[in-house]
Design a binder for this molecule. Sequence first.
Ligand code: ADP
Ligand code: MG
Length: 617
Amino acid sequence: MQTFQIDFGSQAKQRIIGIDLGTTNSLAAYMGVSGHPEVVDGPDGDPLVPSVVVVTPSGETLAGNAARRALPTYPDRAVYSIKRLMGKGIADVEGELKLLPYKVEGAGADVLRVTLADKSLTPPEISAIILRQLRQNAEAALGEVITQAVITVPAYFNDAQRQATKDAGRIAGLEVLRLVNEPTAAALAYGLDKRKQGVVAVYDLGGGTFDISILRLHDGLFEVMATGGDTHLGGDDIDNLLLRIALEDVASEWGTDLSTNTEAVQLLRRAVIEAKHALSFVPETTIAFDYQGKQYRREIDRHLFDKLITPIVDRTLGPCRQCLKDAGIQPEQIDEVVMVGGSTRIPLVRDAVARLFRAKPHCELDPDKVVALGAAVQAGILSGDVDDQLLLDVTPLSLGIETMGGLVSKLIHRNSTIPASATENFTTGVDGQTNVLIHVVQGEREMVRDCRSLARFDLKGIPAMPAGMARIEVKFLIDANGILNVTARDLRTGLEQSMDVKPSYGLTDEQVEGMILESIEKAEEDFQERQVREARVEADTILAAVEKAKQNDAYWALGDEERGTISQAINQLLLVYHADDHHLILAKIEALNGATMKLAETMMNTAVNTALKGTKI
Ligand code: ADP
Ligand code: MG
């Protein structure tokens, strides 16, 4: 189902991008024309921008893939994992410092200063270099100037860390319209806000951090119930483990200890990471490392890999249990589990999470893109491309069925949020009618001929009875995927007939927009015509009823004069029947009603009265 907006103005709208500013990798995404978020590809076609900055000896500042490639060459001119230092003072980061190879200084509560080559920069200034790279990638890919963004932050980030992230945006020339919690963004990317209520667990295993969050959803808004995790647990731990094994292998095979050779270690690290990534998709692979004319090859299969990493995966489970406890809920109360972070591609991780939460986790979207995609959804909401959180998906046009007189009876109006449903009762228009044709139409106009015909089907086997006596229930149901199911049911017999229709199939946004504009233009005209047609349907009904009453003894019991008045009233109605004036038709119907009043009263079976009730299909 498409989401769209009528743009009456000519003002070009600024595009807002969504950014996942990660510890290991960052990326940007935007709301595509399809109404779905899309990631921004970098110049090399890769959407992931490693959160690495390098200043080369010639003074050039590199970010992303270029910086990561330069890292083995200039390890002492590089900064990574800067997210760990955002919004922190020196006392907060003592534990971190021994793990970070670059120089970090600061006194008391002062903002930290990081040495990058010959420069001294604050963490927001370094993050801004990454943000600037993302912004450039987006501008190049979209061919427009970008000045506004939504940036995601971990749910546990405090005010200082959030402020530092905003500062980074400003330094990069981006107005940060909103900071969104990473788990919330992931849930938005999966459209989980549409379920309106529920509990969602978001399991995020990235490069160097593990986060678990439990969110409660009310009325489409997310509330963080509890968060937990481990700030030093992730894919890096797996890399280090494999690297240690490979270094030992190399030492025994080649008789050389490479562990102090930074360049060799970086290259071997890349080799084990490649093997790790492959093992998420294939059952076995080879760690391949060539250095100074020597070759190292080691087969590794998933079985061995799983055995090696089990202790690392198990370390994520404790924080998950704690988080459940903090939220005060049992695993069975979790409605949905969302997987985030590149390391959740590992099958063993998926299995462990499924077992713990007793639910199949969402893995359909790329786990390293899902946060950015959700940020783009939030950006779409802010820019009005997506109506609001509760209106992520709406029916672009009204849906209804044809009723007598070629008129449309709308069941679901345009811009209804989906899933949506509506039920209405109809009746037959002709005596003895045993079939009704359900004609499903889409559009804003009043007449069937001006709408789009979607489907037709018959409800057969209705017991023959006078017009207006049958009760036919028509139910429309649009599911979350935009599929319309129409069911017609004869309430007397329980007989039913249904069919599935895809309402938006084959319609472009422009066509939809055109149909809506046309309905606004023709509203007055349509309204007039509808009134005339409704009056004619009413005239048909009363004329048929009077015709039928003529077969009743009660009619012949009337005096000649009264029968004369009725005939005259019938003729008068027939005379104005084709006039395009509903007032005139209604007045003559009124007159005929008056002339037949006594007849109707005297008839035991007041078919004249009953026949007037209900909209006729
Ligand atoms: P962060 O959010 O911490 O910036 P990401 O979500 O981008 O990090 O995850 C990065 C981690 O995901 C890295 O450790 C990387 O090796 C790992 N990763 C990426 N793809 C795979 C894969 N196919 N199999 C296993 N791990 C992967
Ligand atoms: Mg992340």
